[in-house]
Write a protein that binds this ligand. Structure first.
Ligand code: GLY
Length: 320
């Protein structure tokens, strides 16, 4: 990103905790501290003050809370704005952008609590528009793909830049080479075109000549998590109400952390289910998703009650 001048947060990497602690002393808070390895979406801490920064650095680097993934950390500038997830099928310098979506990363309502892999999503994102998309194309996607080619990387596949929309435009938070979870559960139910030919064109066709037909309706996805998630969570709890929830029109239930046990379905992971509903408006999709969620039960299930709520409220304010 530095080489190609792709807009992102100022960041530095540290392999030594005393250097990291020393660096923090001159920063303005909040700052973002990330484990530099894979941590199931949980290795990111937003430190509001110096004391939290110190304990997080100690936890990651000296106490090895994330194992080897946290031996090296990244300390980043905190970007103010709202998140937006984009997905692109890319082949060398060409790509086809999918519709936008928005994740809810914090565990609790009102964006409180620790970061998770994602507690819910909706699509399309209410903070995305054609003007931002044109800046995204020029300032992020084109330089990125050009940079990859310059470095001898032949990229063919799914690229998912996680963005933050700041008052100065889109900034990259992260790049993933996979579909987002749970963004995909909100995105793909809206995709009317067949996914497989698009994937094939990404590998050996002309993806830029393909077009995707989208359902114009909105989708809202609510994640049901096990008690304790994103920390140590419980497993093996019987899940009831799946059939009753699936009976609702335009509702789909995606299994993530479940397993069959005889005739029962039981919890077997942190994020257990993702419940998606489509609706002619975001408000309808949201109401339908929560209606489905209310029919599903397992002991100590927890989920956010405010997925897509701010966007629905913003839409209503616009109508007034
Ligand atoms: N929802 C965040 C991710 O898939 O990384």
């Amino acid at each position: 990103m530095r080489t190609q001048k792709i807009p992102t947060a100022e960041a530095r990497t540290f392999s030594n905790s005393s250097d990291a602690l020393h660096y923090c002393e001159r920063l303005r808070f909040p700052i973002v501290i990330k484990a530099d390895g894979l941590a199931l979406g949980k290795g990111v801490v937003i430190a509001a003050d110096a004391a939290t920064a110190r304990s997080t650095i100690d936890d990651m680097m000296n106490q090895a809370r994330f194992g080897d993934a946290g031996r090296r950390i990244v300390i980043e500038e905190f970007l103010h704005g709202t998140e937006c997830s984009l997905h692109a099928l890319g082949r060398r310098k060409n790509y086809l952008l999918l519709e936008s979506s928005r994740d809810h990363k914090r565990a609790l309502d009102g964006d409180q609590g620790p970061n998770t892999g994602g507690m819910g999503a909706f699509s399309p994102a209410n903070n995305w528009n054609t003007k931002l998309q044109s800046r995204f194309d020029t300032e992020i996607m084109k330089p990125l793909l050009r940079g990859l080619i310059q470095e001898g990387v032949t990229f063919r596949g799914l690229l998912y830049p996680g963005l933050i929309i700041t008052s100065d435009g889109p900034r990259v938070l992260e790049f993933n080479c996979r579909f987002g979870d749970p963004e995909t559960q909100a995105l793909l139910p809206r995709m009317k075109s067949d996914l497989l030919p698009l994937l094939e064109a990404t590998i050996d066709g002309k993806i830029e000549r393909c077009a995707i037909e989208w359902d114009t309706r909105a989708a809202v996805t609510v994640v049901l998590a096990s008690g304790g998630y994103p920390g140590k969570y419980e497993s093996g709890k019987s899940i009831s109400g799946l059939d009753e929830a699936a009976k609702l029109e335009d509702v789909q239930i995606f299994h993530a952390g479940t397993k069959r046990d005889g005739s029962e379905v039981k919890t077997a992971g942190g994020r257990v289910l993702a419940v998606t509903a489509l609706g002619s408006t975001l408000e309808t999709a949201r109401a339908r998703a929560y209606e489905a969620v209310s029919r599903i039960h397992f002991e100590n299930c927890h989920y956010r009650r405010d997925i897509a709520l701010n966007a629905v409220t913003a839409n209503m304010t616009e109508l007034l």
